[in-house]
Design a protein around this ligand. Sequence first.
Ligand code: SF4
Length: 144
Amino acid sequence: MEIRQGVMWEWPEWFEVKFRCIRCGICCVGTEMELLAEDIERITARGYKLEEFAEEKDGVYRLKNVDGHCVFYDPEKRLCKIYDIRPVGCRMYPLVYDGKSVTTDRTCPTWNTVPRSEIERLVPYVLKFLEDVKLAKVKIRLRT
Ligand code: SF4
């Protein structure tokens, strides 16, 4: 399946890494996950206010932490409260950009279950994602 530029982020599920996530929640601790304008629209449409779940850092919107973990993470149930509409960056995790290239984040205990084919499929989108998160502020301002 090809993802069309311009509307590509409207199918967040397409960007999900197919691997063995054990839902340990480690990636929800001290999150700095960047948000796309499309993520913000999806989450605010669910009734959350932007300032409740996002903060701006280095010109980019990021998920907020509460008590040291993502505002949407429920530590008792060990579940994401918005799992069905979670951000694209969370779906592409454990793929991350280390400043040089796209790689798998070794803090994820099952990083080594990410198939090479998934890395190859998603590398261009991780890079595009990192460009597009920089536009979220402007896009959100224009849409409100
Ligand atoms: S750290 Fe890895 S295994 Fe744990 S919840 Fe996050 S993606 Fe899943």
